[in-house]
Design a protein around this ligand. Sequence first.
Ligand code: LLP
Length: 416
Amino acid sequence: WPRSTVATADGLSIAGISASELAARFGTPAYILDEDEVRRRCAAYQAALPGFEIAYAGKSLTCRAVLRWMAEAGLSLDVCSAGELAIARAVGFPAERILLHGNVKTTEDWKAALEYEVGRIVVDSLDEIEQLGSLARHPQRVLVRVTPGVDGHTHKAIATGVENQKFGFPLRDAMTAVSAVLAQPGLRLDGLHCHIGSQIRSVASFELAARRMVEFMGEIRDRHGIVLRSLDLGGGHAVPYLPGEQEFDLVGYAQRVQVAISYTASSLGLPTPRLTIEPGRALVANAGVTLYRVITVKGSYVAVDGGMSDNMRASLYGARYLVRLAGRNSRAPLRTVSVVGRHCEAGDIIAADVPLPADVHAGDVLAVPVTGAYHHSLASNYNQVCRPPIIGVCDGYARPLVRRETEEDLMARDVG
Ligand code: LLP
């Protein structure tokens, strides 16, 4: 929960506003986003990792307000499409602090990135190196994405450090990519990038990846006689979703990764590179709470007005969530229920086998915490359901940051 969440006589309140008032004013389902919580997480990262460049991974949650907060905090930004870049441009996010990512960059993505003159582009294939080389008008700074062969011990769908998947160059091919970049006069090789996956708890995996990357920098120096100055270690820091799950050991990460890098670099006679990390989830997940209204209770199924269209993570990764009665208090004993959605699939489950008061009934407001990252950004219109708004809350005030989608929005695209 955001730190501003408190239990009051009327149920839960977030940033000084009760969940029932938020539900009544803005409707449900709604993503509530605690602004101070986001700012606090950014400040915590900056304090724990002085000297690191922190680039917010916009894929976790992008809207103008959030990108503005990130820009104000002095963070950099990782975008992976022309769409994300368009929102960054709309808030005037400084171009030199933007990195463009992705294993597929379309003509539109290249065009937008070059037009806005983003600081760095992370290249992911030989085709890309050629395409970008022929498009870049000024020398474009690039990072080569390397897959360091490290298992982050996370869900298969979000493990990207192991070889044999679509991202980056495995170490055995990475020198070819480096040579290809160096052969392009329009490209300037700034450094290397790796991202070993998402929702990773193991600091040792990051440490191993960091060491391998620096060793590879040594090989590049030996082969090409150039010393790369920057190393981007990607994001992927885990957050706790359920009570009892551990916080990511950020202090341990800072210490162990820096020691691994400076030790490896100095033993190879290299300078310590400038370090970048790209946290997404760690900055915004905990600031988000989704509010739903119960529509019906049938046996042990509590069905709400949202579902897999606003929370894909449960169905995609088997992610587990806590659910709380938020619109009132109850003294009824707890019973085990499954909170399910409105979509036409048996797998549309928000939380299986969770305890809720036995008197939960139609009309109640429920809250699901840790829904700030990869919820709005993964939302869909399945069953032509309109996507929920993002409601920013701060100091007793609430305002829509992204409004609720309407049937007119749906119809506007349907031009047949
Ligand atoms: N950098 C790169 C290159 C990435 O691909 C990602 C995430 C990040 C940084 C940020 O990772 P984070 O710090 O947020 O873990 N939809 C999945 C997560 C997919 C992550 C994709 N890439 C989920 O909901 O768990």
